[in-house]
Design a protein around this ligand. Structure first.
Ligand SMILES: Nc1ncnc2c1ncn2[C@@H]1O[C@H](COP(=O)(O)OP(=O)(O)OP(=O)(O)O)[C@@H](O)[C@H]1O
Ligand SMILES: [Mg+2]
Length: 335
């Protein structure tokens, strides 16, 4: 039985750009799917197709048990959407924006008011509640937009880069709100550029590149595929880089990357802090002075590098110099 969000062979072309080139997705009810990918990968296009804002050229999509192509209006009633570009009404205040959404969803005026107050509080917008949204900062708009998507609690939610442009504190707070939402049974598809975000929130991750899902799994599975953690060392003397590379090669589970100008060496490892201590000891024995050393988890870049064999952006640029310029300003009609 298909999950709460299901897509099969979704294709969408814009001229000669194949924004979606046969995307399959299946999100079980009550879980979060993180859609990761570089700029121009097709994330927003996928969200727009699934939320009825865009008609795919071919393929099948079922959301909340309803066929998206056959019954778009019914789908709209069952979903919430927070688009990549905040879709708040500039001239209304924060409070009015939220009340308006409530009324669009046929809430009684009193209930819509109460819900607005609740959300303004939750998103730290109470102080600015009665100012027109056009006076809000970027992060405040983002939060208002997310609050608007949560006025009613639809069974299926879509969030396109919900925390881009938020400061770290607001990002963390939003993660809490999202976790609450999901613990209440909501199914969520979330796009993000941050592996850390997917890590915190997503049960399952689909990595998209050039309109294809190129990898799928839990965050731990994807990281394991990229070779686990990295040891990063900055040596004091450039002349020591070659020797340091030899040392790292002895501990590494993959090839060592050297960055001459920053005197930085990186190697994938498994073994955590204990291994780090051993690396430090070995470097010391060889008389290599270090400026900095640390263990870090793989980033989205590492995942990409390992999945595609090259940095994602370079590839996109070569093939499609216009890759990121095709956006129309979006009116999120599903609101
Ligand atoms: N309305 C459109 N007209 C023409 N091309 C478009 C349109 N919308 C998207 N594209 C193209 O489709 C491809 C996928 O775009 P999409 O917006 O889905 O990427 P994305 O993964 O959301 O990227 P980002 O991380 O930058 O938001 C890009 O090459 C983009 O230029
Ligand atoms: Mg996008």
């Amino acid at each position: 039985m298909p999950g709460a969000i299901y897509a099969e062979g979704l294709v969408k072309t814009f001229g000669d750009v194949r924004a979606l080139d046969g995307v399959d997705l299946d999100v079980p009810e009550g879980t979060v799917l993180g859609l990761l990918g570089p700029n121009g990968a097709g994330k927003t296009t996928a969200v727009r197709c699934l939320t009825t804002l865009l008609r795919p050229d071919s393929g099948k999509a079922v959301v909340a048990g309803i066929d998206v192509l056959e019954h778009p209006n019914e789908v709209r009633r069952s979903i919430g959407l927070s688009g990549q570009f905040a879709a708040v009404d500039e001239y209304l205040t924060g409070r009015e924006n939220l009340q308006m959404v409530g009324q669009l969803y046929q809430m009684r005026a009193k209930a819509a008011k109460a819900r607005a107050v609740e959300l303004l509080e939750q998103f730290h917008l109470s102080d600015a509640a009665d100012r027109p949204a056009k006076t809000y900062s970027g992060g405040m708009r983002r939060r208002l937009d997310l609050a608007a998507a949560l006025v009613v609690s639809p069974p299926v939610m879509f969030m396109d880069e919900p925390t881009t442009g938020l400061d770290p504190r607001n990002r963390q707070q939003l993660w809490e709100v999202i976790k609450q939402l999901v613990s209440g049974g909501t199914t969520l598809l979330l796009t993000t550029q941050y592996l850390e975000e997917a890590d915190h929130l997503a049960h399952d991750i689909a990595v998209v590149d050039r309109g294809h899902v190129i990898a799928r799994g839990t965050s731990d599975q994807l990281k394991a595929r990229t070779g686990g953690e990295r040891v990063e060392v900055v040596v004091h003397e450039r002349e020591h880089m070659a020797t340091a590379a030899e040392v790292l090669a002895g501990f590494g589970k993959g090839s060592t990357t050297l960055e001459e100008h920053t005197r930085k060496l990186t190697v994938p490892v498994t073994g955590g802090a204990k291994l780090l201590a051993e690396v430090i000891r070995e470097l010391d024995i060889r008389g290599i002075e270090i400026d900095d050393i640390g263990l870090r988890r793989p980033t989205l870049d590492d995942v990409f590098l390992s999945l595609t064999g090259h940095a994602a952006e370079t590839e996109a640029e070569e093939d499609d110099p216009e890759a990121d310029t095709g956006h129309q300003s979006e009116k999120e009609a599903a609101k």
